[in-house]
Design a protein around this ligand. Structure first.
Ligand code: IPE
Ligand code: IPE
Ligand code: MG
Length: 231
């Protein structure tokens, strides 16, 4: 590392976008894109572990994604359940700690049970923390924080108060936010935490994202000049 380089990010947050377009380009149903997207999740968790990243937040399902057709939501929930089962089996060996950010309602009870079990059973692991943004919306998260503060009887709140009452208060703000598929927007992701994040947009569709792509993003991040309002 030269003196002008940033150290590797501790926390990378990823908007995993483009599954549908990946499938459409192959004349496949959208579900095939989501299935392939789940493979990319596995690869990226492995790559992040190898790169020594401490936290990865994965935007898996937004509060707005409920507006998709029921069939697609069912596909996504089934894939999620499978992934949760898989990590229940492998998280110990991989030393992964699983956290979740999002609202519980209206996630199906069997998914909530699996999430609770996985979060509980991996809480003491010391490797990569995978924070699943699931049924997640940043506006809802900020509202949740404010409501908690109101419930405590606060009449004045600070920025630190809000930070301390987000879904995962111990999660540091992401230094780097990646969005695949060429879209350049946040889509209600981490609005509060992104205040000083670096953004990396790539045209690569999520199912094609791999270790090399992650390395490219990290390298570009390392060469960014972060100023935080200074000079
Ligand atoms: C991302 O891929 C997966 C989720 C939002 C759950 P999309 O399904 O949004 O894929 P595109 O944007 O239609 O290509
Ligand atoms: C953002 O992708 C949500 C996830 C990746 C889970 P979308 O595909 O839902 O976002 P928009 O609708 O294009 O903004
Ligand atoms: Mg999309």
């Amino acid at each position: 590392m030269t003196s002008t380089e940033n150290p590797a990010p501790k926390h990378i947050a990823i908007i995993m976008d483009g599954n549908g377009r990946w499938a459409a380009a192959r004349n496949l149903p959208r579900s095939a894109g989501h299935k392939e997207g789940a493979q990319a999740v596995r690869r990226v968790i492995e790559a992040a572990t190898e790169l020594g990243i401490e936290f990865v937040t994965l935007y898996a399902f937004s509060t707005e994604n409920w507006s998709r057709p029921k069939e697609e939501i069912d596909t996504l929930m089934n894939l999620l359940e499978k992934t949760l089962d898989e990590y229940q089996k492998s998280a110990e060996k991989k030393n992964l700690r699983i956290w979740v950010s999002g609202e519980r309602e209206p996630l199906p009870p069997q998914i909530l049970q699996k999430i609770d079990k996985l979060v509980q059973s991996t809480a003491a692991h010391t490797g990569l923390t995978v924070n699943l943004a699931l049924n997640y919306g940043a506006q809802q998260e900020i509202t949740y924080a404010v409501n908690q503060l109101l419930a405590q009887g606060k009449t004045q709140i600070s920025a630190q108060d809000i930070t301390a009452h987000l879904y995962q208060p111990l999660l540091p703000a992401p230094e780097l936010i990646i969005r695949t598929s060429g879209e350049q927007r946040l889509s209600n992701f981490l609005l509060w935490q992104a205040a000083y994040s670096e953004f990396y947009f790539t045209p690569v569709l999520w199912p094609d994202f791999d270790k090399e792509e992650l390395k490219k993003a990290v390298l570009e991040y390392q060469h960014r000049h972060r100023r935080f309002g200074g000079i």
